[in-house]
Design a protein around this ligand. Structure first.
Ligand code: PBG
Length: 321
């Protein structure tokens, strides 16, 4: 047996390749900051910045031109309060940015929004707090329902349910349907782990989290619980389920992909991006090859699509399939 026969030339390697990463498989996360007039770099995410409304529109147009599957918008508000009022205000930065981006790109790619309160609350949690300062699941769900309608009205086509509150998929689905938004889809961040790899994201959205998220995000050791969360979201009507972060959770991704009747996505998060980008800046690693290898591994492990901060760069360099 000589398996090397099928590795001998670029042509045969291309013919027998099992896994592709194409631009259509990738979604670019984009941060839009209220009150900015020009893009601003994020120190902990080399090559990624906070955008103004205008630069976000331009970036979305580039993403569409490069053939990406979608963009995921995050809002960075200038004012925060206990209930995250900016999240549900039609004039809040995320909703304004969504309208601007949809006006720019139409449906040449899927415009998606982060549906979570943490960017908008002064305490930095993904929900509202009760009198004891604990994250109140059901009170948070009421806020998510209002936020979902605001995002759907702004034109978001896919709502990213990233708060990890119990029942969020069902509550958002019911609210959308009751308001006539039956065509607006949901992406459930089902297996979202309490991760150190979200570090640079906190810089990107300037959130100062009080405490941690361990009462709602998953313990990194709990794979079975991740599969259970995905099963619950599917039952509650999620159109797509996701595993996040990505590389440290390839096994969870595989297990979810094995049982899911709906598409399964992975989110290669800020810290995963930053590790590769920082090493590349030092000349210690080939950044493009490492990003592509990571994305390939995620596709191999069962991801139908991937959120990646490197998406546009890789697509524009022409190194995807
Ligand atoms: C919640 C949200 C977070 C990320 C995406 N959506 C932060 C968190 O849960 O702490 C992190 C993404 C990343 O690190 O790239 N709004």
């Amino acid at each position: 047996m000589r398996p090397r026969r099928l590795r001998a030339t670029p042509a045969v390697r291309r013919l027998v390749g099992e896994t592709d990463v194409a631009a259509r498989h990738l979604v670019l996360p984009v941060f839009v900051r209220e009150g900015l007039s020009a893009p601003q770099p994020i120190a902990s995410m080399p090559g990624v910045g906070q955008h103004s409304l205008d630069s976000a529109r331009a970036l979305a147009a580039r993403a569409a031109g490069a053939g990406l599957g979608g963009i995921m918008l995050f809002g960075v508000p200038s004012m925060r309060d206990a209930v995250g009022s900016g999240a549900t205000d039609p004039e809040g930065i995320l909703n304004v940015a969504t309208r601007a981006v949809v006006a720019e790109v139409g449906d040449s790619l899927v415009v998606q929004t982060d549906l979570c309160l943490d960017e908008f609350t002064d305490h930095g949690h993904c929900g509202v707090l009760d009198a004891q300062g604990r994250v109140d699941n059901d009170a948070s769900l009421e806020r998510y329902a209002v936020m979902a309608i605001a995002q759907a009205e702004a034109g978001s086509q896919l709502l990213g349910l990233s708060g990890m509150m119990d029942g969020q998929t069902r509550v958002v689905r019911d609210a959308l349907d009751a308001a006539g938004f039956t065509a607006t889809a949901t992406l459930a961040y089902s297996a979202k782990f309490a991760s150190a790899f979200y570090g640079p994201f906190r810089d990107a959205v300037e959130s100062a989290l009080q405490g941690d998220r361990r009462t709602y995000q998953l313990d990194p050791g709990n794979g079975r619980e991740g599969v259970r969360e995905a099963a619950l979201d599917i039952e509650e009507g999620a159109d797509i389920v996701m595993v996040k972060p990505a590389l440290p959770y390839l096994d969870v991704l595989r297990r979810v992909a094995d049982i899911s009747p709906v598409p399964v996505w992975a989110y290669m998060v800020s810290g995963e991006y930053a590790m590769i980008a920082a090493a590349a800046q030092h000349g210690w690693i080939d950044g493009d090859r490492a990003q592509l290898e990571a994305l390939t591994s995620l596709r191999r492990a069962g991801a139908d699509a991937i959120l990646s901060y490197a998406a546009l760069d890789l697509a524009e360099k022409g190194i995807l399939s």
